[in-house]
Design a protein around this ligand. Structure first.
Ligand code: NAP
Length: 311
């Protein structure tokens, strides 16, 4: 069985940065990712608020730099789905792609996935007009009238992106004001083919083979209406990928992992970093900071264990 000092699960900015710090401190480091490295940044067109890039940087370009940096310091990055994790003899044993891997410490950096609305028609029409990724599906919506759900940074940023492709974009938001950053709001209000449907939620997505409309409900009046759109792109928040460790950590009511300020969980040697943690700002800048702290404290944990064994 292969044996690592640190095994990191998830290769977004948090996991890759944990890899850079762990490997650079001389720890044998494995990074497992079930899809393409990069997480949500990989499908973000432009990053404007990550320090060091005055003109902004494309998400894939930023990720490829962070990944190259991790590889330069010797992180072993592999594509594998981790399906099991349990404490084992002072460390951990992971099941990944049919293999067993031993690790003295583990960093969970599995991020989040889109939270569906859970309305009739949504799941049935996913991939047939219902989408959770603007960059992936923008071309499909070229020249069409579409709707975006949500009022956070993701919804407004991606609605602006989609407005370059679609004929019109209607942002359906359940409240009368947005929570997105002011700069994004100002751009959205100034975009001619982008409009807002306030205080409104989606009640149903309709269509047989492809989305042909959404039934919406005004939350103040209760009135129902139908918007004839050919696409619905949902950015109604995210849910954490924390199931793998749910028995080993404390979770908040939404399923985010609760850590201490050193990224430690209630299981010694098991750390969490990035969007999967309970935190007040989920962003690249906090993800990379989490990754660095998780790696540092994984190293300290290993040193403490060695010290205990030696004395
Ligand atoms: P978010 O901030 O949680 O926003 C989710 C939006 O969906 C909110 O407007 C929320 O409405 C709405 N919503 C939630 N449940 C809904 C439902 N059932 N039906 C209709 N609407 C619903 O999520 P996010 O925009 O994905 O952002 C996640 C984190 O990443 C945030 O911290 C954000 O700042 C960060 N982020 C940063 C950038 C950047 O460029 N810096 C880009 C993307 C994301 P309410 O407002 O009424 O709650």
């Amino acid at each position: 069985m292969e044996n690592y000092d640190v095994t990191i699960v998830g290769a977004g900015p948090a996991g890759l940065t944990a890899g850079i710090y762990a490997s650079r401190s001389g720890l044998r480091t494995l990074l497992l990712e079930r899809a393409v490295p990069g997480g949500k940044v990989q499908i973000t067109e432009r990053i404007e608020n990550y320090p060091g890039f005055a003109a902004g940087i494309d998400g894939p370009a930023l990720i490829s730099q962070i990944k190259a940096q991790a590889e330069r310091f010797g992180v072993d990055i592999r594509r594998a789905n981790v399906t099991g994790l349990q404490p084992d003899g002072g460390g951990f044993r992971l099941k990944a792609g049919g293999e067993d891997i031993a690790a003295r410490t583990v960093v969970i950096a599995t991020g989040t996935g889109p939270r569906p609305l859970g309305v009739p028609g949504e799941a049935r029409l996913e991939g047939r007009g219902v989408s959770y990724c603007a960059v992936c599906d923008a071309d499909i919506f070229r020249g069409r009238d579409i709707a975006v759900v949500g009022g956070g940074d993701s919804a407004i940023k991606e609605a602006l992106y989609l407005a370059r492709y679609a004929r019109s974009v209607r942002v359906i938001h359940r409240r009368g004001e947005l929570r997105a950053a002011r700069v994004l709001q100002e751009r959205a209000f100034a975009t001619p083919n982008l409009s807002f449907v306030w205080q409104t939620v989606v009640a149903e997505v309709t269509g047989s083979d492809w989305v042909d409309g959404v039934v919406v409900r005004n939350v103040a009046s209760g009135d129902l209406d139908r918007l004839p759109v050919e696409g619905l792109v949902v950015f109604a928040g995210n849910r954490p990928h924390s199931r793998l460790v749910e028995n080993l950590v404390d979770l908040d009511h939404l399923g985010f992992i609760i850590t201490d300020e050193d990224m430690g969980t209630r299981t010694p040697g098991l750390f969490a970093a990035g969007d999967v943690r309970r935190k007040s700002l989920r962003d690249i800048v906090t993800a990379v900071a989490d990754g660095a702290l998780a790696a540092l404290n994984a190293q300290r944990h290993i040193m403490r264990q060695k010290h205990t064994l030696a004395s």
